[in-house]
Structure formats: structure tokens, C-alpha cells
Design a protein. Structure first.
Length: 148
């Protein structure tokens, strides 16, 4: 699978990718290019500083739609991560933030990202549903991208 700077930037923003995975991609890009760009060279020296990685990756132009990348990233979430409710909670919050940044619009298959954040809060406060049912629904949502 071909990945891009946007894929790695969004993977970091959503907490799906780790800085070490980005560094592997950067090393591969540098190896492929005869004269790597200044940004790639800077990325190679950033290390684990997530904010700096995101900042530099944002400077690399890509025209891929955010939600195309999100679907790809959701399909690649590790099983141990999806079983971790704290990971899922952070991911739901990050997906909602992405939804807001995209003017409260999402494709139909991702429409649920508008509600997972609020439904967690309601379950956490004991107002509607339970945390376990929320987690089960969220795992099912993410799993729907693994199958596609």
C-alpha cells in the first residue's frame, strides 16, 4: 500500500500511528529519492516529537481527501489498540475534531464520528447507555473498515 505524508500526519493526529512508524516511512522516502527534500531531511532528525512531526508533514503537499485517509487508517488499527477503551475514547474525540475541522461534514460511512464523542459522555455520566455498550459499538464501527 502506498502511503503519503497526509496518511502519516493524520495517523499521528488520530493516535493510530506512532512516531517510530513515521520515521520508518521517512527513511524509506529518503532512500528512494536521489536528492531528498529539505523537509524529509528535517523529518529524519525530529525523532519522537509528535507536534514537530505533524508540523513538518503538513508542509508536504498532498491532494488526498481527509476521509479517504481516515478510512485507510481505521482499517489498519491494531487489535490490541481497539480493545483498549482509553485508546478508543481518544480516537473518538480525535475523529470528532476532524469532523468539526471539515465543517461538520463526513461521508455516509463515517457519519457516526459525529456522535461517538457525545455518546461516550452520556454513557460516562450514566445518562444513556453504558461504557461497555459504547465500546462495543465503537469496535463494530472500526471493524466495518477492516472488512472493506
Amino acid at each position: 500500500m502506498d502511503t503519503s505524508a497526509k496518511y502519516h500526519k493524520m495517523g499521528l493526529l488520530l493516535g493510530i500511528l506512532r512516531p517510530s512508524e513515521v520515521q520508518i516511512w521517512v527513511d524509506e522516502q529518503i532512500s528512494k529519492e536521489g536528492a531528498p527534500s529539505e523537509i524529509l531531511i528535517e523529518l529524519a532528525f525530529v525523532g519522537n516529537n509528535i507536534n514537530e512531526l505533524i508540523s513538518l508533514l503538513s508542509q508536504i503537499e498532498t491532494d488526498t481527501d481527509d476521509y479517504v485517509v481516515v478510512k485507510q487508517l481505521l482499517a489498519e488499527i491494531k487489535d490490541e489498540d481497539i480493545l483498549d477503551i482509553k485508546f478508543c475514547r481518544r480516537l473518538a474525540d480525535s475523529l470528532f475534531n476532524l469532523y468539526v475541522q471539515n465543517d461538520y461534514e463526513a461521508p455516509e460511512e463515517l457519519a457516526e464520528i459525529a456522535f461517538f464523542d457525545d455518546s461516550y459522555e452520556l454513557a460516562d455520566k450514566g445518562l444513556y447507555g453504558s461504557i461497555d455498550s459504547w465500546h462495543s459499538e465503537f469496535k463494530s464501527f472500526v471493524g466495518s473498515f477492516k472488512a472493506s
